[in-house]
Structures are given as C-alpha cells and as structure tokens.
Write a protein that binds this ligand. Structure first.
Ligand SMILES: Nc1nc2c(ncn2[C@@H]2O[C@H](COP(=O)(O)OP(=O)(O)OP(=O)(O)O)[C@@H](O)[C@H]2O)c(=O)[nH]1
Length: 899
C-alpha cells in the first residue's frame, strides 16, 4: 500500500479546542481548513439531500478527527459530554463519540425493551384473569338517547395525545366492556331484568383501528367489518386473540433485543455479473483476496470477516448446504486456506456460502472491517442473473443486512436483473449504496454519469436524492491492493489494475494524475460507505426497535386507558349492583321463610277442614240412613229379599252420594288452596306461576276412589228379624203361666194378631195352669212360633230399614269407612296443594340461591374490577413514562458535544 495514496488521510493532528469552537455548527458550509477543503469532498447528510448542520458536523469531524479508532471506554452521556467538551480527556474522536452515543441509545432502548417485556407479561397475566376489553365504543347514534338506568357514558381521555375517542364536534362515545358482567340464568324479577342495560352495537372507531398497530386484531372473516367482528366475538375469544398478539409481540421484542445487542454490521455487495464486485471488495480490503476474472466466477456468497472473530486465524469456512453455520461446530462447514478460496468460490455446487476470516492490515482509521467501532462483514454475492436475482434479493432482505452496496458496470448500466433486484430491495431498504465501477473505461464520463443517475432516479428515488453520498463513480481496479495469499488469486502486490486499465488517454504523468484522482474518488466512496455503515448503523439497528417500542407502548397505553375506564365503570356498576342485591337477598330469604310457613299453614288448614267436613257429613249420612225415605215400595213378603236389596242399595247410594258431595267440597277447597299458592307464587317468584294450570275435575277419578265410595253388604235372613224388640217383649212377660196364656189367647186373638207375645204368653199361662191343657203345650209352642213368624213377617216394612241401617252402620264402622274416606279425600287435597307449594318452595329456594350466587359473583367481579382498575391505571402511567423514555432516544440527533 503506497503512502502517497493516503497523504491527505490518517490521524489528524490534535487541534486546540478553539478550532472546534470556531467551526460554525448549523452552517451549510463546513468549516474546514483550506487544505482539508481541497483534499476532501463536501458531504451532505444522508436523509434530506441538502448540505446541513449535520453535514457541517460530519465535515468538521473529518477535519478534526483521525477517523473511527477509539480507545475511550463506553461511558454514559455525562462522560461523553465531558469528553466532548475536552474536560480531562483531551479531544474525543468522533467515531468513539458516535460509538458511545450509539451504545447509550442502545442501552436506553434495551432497558425499555426489558420494561415493555415486563409490562406485556403483566398484561398477559391480567388478560387471563380479567379478559381485557378491546377498545371499542358505542355507535354515536345509539349512545345519544337517554335511557333511564343505563350506565353513564365514559369520557375517554388520553394523556398521550391520542384523540382516539374524541371526534371533533362529537360527544365522547360511551365505552362498554364486552360481556364482562356476570350474566346468565340469574333469578331476578322481571323488573330487575328490565333495568338491565340492553346490549348495544359497538364499533371500533376507525381512529382506534388505525392507531392500533401492533396489537391490532387481525380479523378477516367473511363480509363482516373488523368492528362488527370484534363485537360479534365473545369476550374470551377477544382475550385469547389479544393474548396471541401479546405473545407475538414478546417474541418480536426478544428478537429486537438480540438485534440491538449484535454489534456486527453486514454489508452485502451485489450487482450484475462481472460488474467488478470482487475487485471492489478487494479494493476495500486493499488486498487481493477474492478471485477476479473476466468471466463470471463468484458462484457463492463470500462473507469476509475480521480474523479476530476466528481467534486471529486466517482461513475459509465453506458452509455446508442447508447447514446453519456455527463457527464452534465444525460439522457445519469445511475449513480451507485462503489460497484455496478460488476453488471454493468459482463454479462450486457443494457450498452456497463461505466465511472468509482475514487479518486486515489497514489501520483502524482506514479499515472498514477493523474499524474499532463495529464488526463489519463484507458479503460478496454472486453476480445477478435470472437465477440468482431472487436469491440475492431475499438475502438482501434479511434483517442482519444493514447496507446493500450495488455494483453496476459503468459500461453496461443497469441490466434487467439489476433493475429487478433494486425494485425488490427498495421495498426493504430505503437507501442503496451504488458503486458505478469501471468508470475508467468510460470516455464521455459526464454523459455516463447523467445516464446512470437518471436511471437511479427511476429505480430508487431516495438514493438518487442523496446521490452525492450514495452514488459513486469509481474504478476499483485502480486501487492498489496488497499481495494475494500465497497460491491465491493473482495479484501484483501493489495494484490489481495499477494504472486503471484501459483508461483512454492514460499516459505518463498525466496518467499518474488520473490514478490519483481515481484513488481519491475511491477514498471518497470509502468515507461515505464508512459513514453510511457506522453512523447510520444506529438507524438501521436501533430505529426498528425504537419504532416498534413506540408502537407497542402506544397500543398498550390505549389499551390500558380504555381498560382502566372500563374497570372503573365496572367497579362502580358492581358496587351499585351489590348495594341493590344485599336487601334483595335478605327480603328473598325472608320471603322464603314466610311463604313456606304460609303455604304449610294453608295446606294444613285446608286438609283439616276437608277431613272434618267429610267426617261429619259421612257420619250424619250413615247415622240417618235408616230414617230417610228412599221411596222403595214394599212388594210383600214374597219379595221381601228384593225389597231388602233395593232398600240397602238406596241406603248405600245415599252414603256414596254424601262421599261425592264431600269430594266436591274438597275440590272447591283444593281450587281455593291452589289459587292462594299461585298468588303467592306470582307475587314472590314471577310470571311462571301464571302458567300454573290445575284441573280439579281430575281429582277423585281414580278407581281407588270409586272403590272407597262403594261398599257391598250382603242381606241375610236375620236382617228381617228385629231381635231386640222380640227379646224386649219376651222378657216383659217371663214367669207367667205360659200354657194358659197360649190356650186362652191362641185362637181368638191369633186372628187379630195384636201382639204375638201376648198371645203366646196367654197360651202358655193356660197350659201352665191347667193340667188338662198340659198336653196342649207342643201345639201351643208351634202356634207361638207361628205367631212369632207371622209377626216378624208382618213387621218387615217397619223394622227392615232400621235393621239395615244399623247393619250398614255397623259394617261401615268396622270398615272404618268414615275415617278412611275422610283421610282419602283430605290426602288427595294435600297432594294437589303440595304440587304448587313445592314448586313455589323450590323457586324461592332457587331464587335465594341464585341471588346468593349473584352476590358472590358480584363480589368477585368487584374484587377483580378493583384489581384491574389499579393495574390498568398503573399501566397507563408506566406505558406513558416508558413511551417518553423511548421517544427521548433521538436517533437523528447528533451525539452531545458533536453538534
Ligand atoms: N477497467 C476496469 N476493469 C475492472 C474494474 N473492476 C473490475 N474490473 C475487471 O472486471 C472483471 C470482472 O471483475 P470481477 O471483480 O471478477 O467481477 P465480479 O462482479 O466479481 O464477477 P462475478 O462475481 O463473477 O459476477 C475483471 O477482469 C476485473 O479486472 C474497473 O474498475 N475497471
């Protein structure tokens, strides 16, 4: 490497502080010494296309600074400021200042990432316990009509300047949480149900939908709009969608963490076939490392790294196809020496990429790889053709590629492949660094420059805007390079092209002068590239993290603000609900006891009434069965049995009729009792008791009832004899001369048949008093029996009803007819009354239970709402604070003390 070529570079002598102070910052014209001005090009800031304060600063740095080599340890801002001010540290090197500035910004963002991770993890936990409300508002038109009992509208206020919930000229919409309240089959009176706020359609305002960037729910189902979908989703679905979004965000923050922690920067050098990419790379390294050839030769991606990253050993690691390179895992690559590089790079199908570790002989001031600030890797890509364009474009899109350097041949301009690549890359990288190589071979340089710049303006307008910094017309082969590795690509040891190839008019001293120009142009390119890589590294590495943090914090803040309000409003609502619920529960419990007592009393009273009534009715019916007139004609002694049967039938029917009447009475009582219970039900439980239907006509219709009513008592011969009357009469005349009585009385009196006993006694007295008549005893007795029989038969119509009534009464008493029917009828009434009573009791019980559950649930919701309100108000404050911290990381601002 010839010193001549670098006479204007290298470490600048330390200059007194006053030099710096004299430099007007903010001026469009860099303050430089005349010599420096002569040897260096004017720089403009990449970003606005005009010379600016920043450009002046850069120019100043280049003038007073030796480059990027820094030995100052990483310190915080105050130290940096002190260093910059020269207090005790001497004049700081701007590269080091940039590095310190970068590190402090990186540390600030790193802290914010950690904090945001914490916030998101907390939010995820809270979202699981208290499904977060996804910001939504009621439709303006549906929130305007006042509804008594409806929840008051919430004012959404954003301290972050988000006018999310305020639309000019509109009242703030009412916010409601999606289905957070405990709803469901709660027992509540119809009035309570009326008081419940009816669900209203709600919308995510376009403003909120727009403001949400990271946590925006990606809902694309059918024809429903995002807002409609959010409202159609159940709260837990929204919560789980949100949970998924938070998880994705956490993952992304981890990758950002890794990215900002990565101190390496990768520069991808790509371009058309044979554009001179390898030559350009070698020129940057000042070493003939990569094979250069007239014909396309680079077939794989060659990443050139500082040998320090490989324990200072220079070698090539050819990475196996489909393997993920790991320097510590030799199974992922094959090791070659540098001189074998050409074999690997040219026409190789075994590998797709290789890592080339080289010692950079240049000083840290000059070297791109070993710049003392950041580990830069150069990647020489295969030339673009229809096969490789896509692969290289994908490669260029990778996050780790910080800078894309596009090498275009000055002679060939942009080919179709080149255009396609630039279009694809432009979508990812706003700026491209364009090297127009082989400029020495162009005769009409101005025309070439114009044509190429015109093409760039169409391909990458932003690059064109910054063309003085980003587009360089150079001749890479004019840069003297060091010797190639032994056995490696041929190199002159001084220059790959030496005099710049076939530059027309290149001869003698004139030619040397032109070479110097070419080298100077290349050095200008190098400086721009260093700036682009090193200074813009903050942007390329930190800007995505900063932007993402701002976005996620914005989302979290919006989410927290909305949920804080929802939680507060819910807390207020459940507190009110609880206030109303407590007395409701108490009265429900009271009502349950009172109603239960009342229905018990009703049942007992009604049943007793029915029993007593039945008992008295049946007793009297049975007792008076014998004395009633049944209109049964006595057909004579010959049909006495038939008469008895009819009479008995009439008596039993009369009794059965009484039973039926008692059943009717019981029916009426049952209806009355059921109605009483129904009224109580309607009063205490609700409309469901209106539907209670009771069919009294179905009562006592069972066969059992019929059997209980009917009894059959057989008629016997003795039923015709009234023994009691007979015996009374017999006793009355005992001890009298029977035979005589019989004798005197038999014939004459027998006809009259006054009383058969009289006659018989008269006959017996006669027999007894006269021996003569003693032989008449037997006929007398016969007569007496006959007389008795005649008497009995004569008395049938008179005595039979009584006899039968007595018999029936006795038999029914034996059957316990009165009691069994009374208790049967009363039991039937009890059964009937129990049905609605039990229903009512169950309903009241259920009502108490449900009110109790609702109270429990409300207490739970209250606790959750309290926690949520506390949590979200903390989150509002923390997200705002963090957002302030991130916003304060100004990646565009110059380091303190440099401006
Ligand atoms: N005149 C002139 N020739 C150059 C310049 N740069 C490179 N070349 C020549 O162009 C040819 C191709 O150069 P390489 O560096 O191999 O090109 P490449 O783009 O790496 O080729 P592939 O990677 O194979 O596509 C070589 O013969 C170089 O000597 C230059 O600036 N001027």
């Amino acid at each position: 490497m010839s010193e001549d070529y670098f006479s204007g570079k290298g470490k600048a002598p330390m200059r007194p502080e006053s030099d710096d102070a004299d430099s007007p910052s903010g001026s469009n014209t860099p303050s430089t010494s005349a010599a420096a001005s002569a040897s260096r090009p004017k720089y403009v800031t990449v970003g606005n296309g005009t010379t600016s304060e920043h450009a002046a600063r850069l120019q100043n740095m280049l003038d007073v600074d030796s480059g990027y080599g820094g030995s100052i340890a990483d310190v915080d801002h105050p130290g940096m400021a002190a260093a910059a001010a020269g207090h005790g540290y001497g004049r700081p090197q701007s590269g080091a200042i940039h590095q310190m500035w970068y590190n402090s910004q990186r540390a600030a963002l790193g802290r914010s990432i950690n904090k945001v991770l914490e916030l998101l993890q907390g939010l995820q936990g809270m979202n699981a316990a208290w499904p977060a409300h996804y910001p939504s508002v009621q439709r303006a038109e549906s929130s305007s009509p006042e509804r008594p009992g409806s929840r008051p509208g919430l004012q959404h206020s954003s301290t972050m300047g988000n006018a999310d919930f305020h639309e000019a000229g509109h009242a703030p919409p009412t916010l409601r949480r999606a289905m957070t309240s405990a709803e469901g089959a709660v027992a509540e009176s119809s009035r309570a149900a009326e008081n419940r706020p009816a669900p209203e359609p709600r919308l995510v305002t376009p403003q909120i939908a727009h403001d949400f960037s990271v946590l925006k729910l990606d809902l694309k189902l059918g024809a429903l709009s995002q807002a409609e979908l959010v409202h159609s989703l159940e709260k837990n679905s929204i919560a789980s969608l949100l949970d998924g979004k938070i998880s994705t965000s956490i993952k992304h923050l981890h990758s950002l963490q890794e990215r900002i922690a990565d101190t390496s920067s990768k520069v991808l050098i790509t371009g058309d076939l044979n554009a001179g990419k390898s030559t350009f790379c070698n020129a940057l390294l000042r070493r003939k490392l990569l094979p250069e050839d007239q014909q396309p030769c680079t077939a794989i991606f060659c990443e050139v790294l500082d040998a320090r990253e490989n324990s200072g050993v220079e070698e090539v690691h050819a990475v196996h196809k489909d393997a993920v390179y790991n320097r510590n895992d030799e199974s992922t690559y094959d090791v070659f020496s540098l001189r074998e590089l050409e074999n690997i790079v040219v026409d190789n199908e075994t590998y797709t990429q290789c890592k080339i570790y080289v010692k950079d002989s240049r000083t840290i001031d000059e070297s791109l790889l070993n710049n003392g600030v950041v580990d830069i890797a150069l990647i020489d890509a295969p030339g673009l053709n229809s096969d490789t364009t896509k692969t290289t474009a994908i490669f260029a899109r990778q996050e780790e590629i910080d800078v894309v350097v596009f090498v275009v041949s000055a002679a060939n301009h942009f080919t179709q492949s080149a255009k396609e690549f630039i279009w694809a890359a432009a979508a990812e990288k706003a700026y491209l660094f364009i090297v127009v190589n082989g400029y020495d071979a162009i005769r009409d340089k101005d025309r070439c420059k114009k044509l190429i710049l015109d093409q760039i303006s169409g391909l990458s307008p932003r690059t064109h805007k910054e063309s003085s910094e980003l587009v360089h017309f150079v001749s890479s082969n004019a840069v003297p390079v060091g010797p190639s590795p032994p056995g490696g690509p041929s190199g002159s040891g001084s220059s790959s092209g030496g005099s710049g190839g076939d530059d027309p008019g290149d001869d003698g001293d004139k030619g040397k002068g032109k070479d110097v120009d070419k080298i100077r142009d290349f050095q200008a390119l190098e400086q721009s590239l260093r700036r682009f890589v090193l200074e813009k590294r903050a942007r390329s590495k930190l800007a995505p993290a900063r932007t993402y943090l701002l976005n996620i914090l914005n989302d979290v803040h919006t989410l927290a603000t909305v949920n804080q309000e929802v939680a507060r409003s819910e807390l207020e609502r459940v507190t009110q609900e609880l206030k109303a619920l407590e007395p409701q529960l108490e009265s429900s419990k009271r009502a349950k006891t009172e109603v239960s007592d009342q229905i018990d009393h009703n049942i007992e009273y009604t049943c007793k009434d029915v029993y007593d009534h039945t008992r008295s009715e049946l007793t009297s019916a049975i007792n008076y069965a014998g004395s009633a007139n049944y209109d049964v004609p006595y057909p004579g002694v010959l049909a006495a049995f038939q008469y008895a049967e009819e009479l008995k039938g009439a008596m039993l029917s009369h009794i059965a009729e009484s039973v039926s009447k008692c059943e009717d009475f019981a029916r009426a009582k049952a209806v009355q009792g059921v109605n009483t219970t129904k009224q109580l039900g309607i009063l205490h439980v609700g409309d469901e008791f209106n539907n209670l239907t009771f069919r009294p006509d179905v009562m006592f219709r069972r066969k059992r009832d019929a059997l209980a009513r009917e009894v059959d008592i057989p008629i016997e011969l003795w039923d015709f004899v009234d023994w009691s009357t007979l015996l009374q009469r017999q006793e009355k005349y005992a001890g009298t001369g029977m035979a005589l009585t019989v004798a005197t009385a038999v014939v004459p009196r027998m006809v009259g048949m006054s009383t058969w006993v009289d006659q018989a006694l008269t006959a017996s007295r006669l027999l007894g008093s006269s021996n003569n008549l003693r032989h008449l005893i037997l006929p007398g007795l016969f007569v007496a029996v006959f007389a008795v029989s005649a008497y009995v038969i004569q008395q049938i119509p008179n005595s039979l009803p009584q006899r039968l009534a007595t018999k029936i009464s006795t038999q029914l008493a034996e059957l316990d007819y009165v009691h069994s029917n009374s208790s049967r009828i009363a039991s039937a009434v009890r059964r009937v009354l129990r049905v609605p009573a039990d229903n009512l009791r169950v309903s009241l019980d259920q009502s108490v239970k449900e009110l109790g559950n609702r109270r429990e649930e409300t207490i739970k919701v209250k606790g959750e709402s309290e926690r949520a309100a506390r949590y979200f108000s903390r989150l509002v404050a923390e997200s705002e604070h963090q957002r302030g911290n991130v916003a304060a990381v100004d990646l565009d601002a110059p380091p303190p003390g440099v401006a």
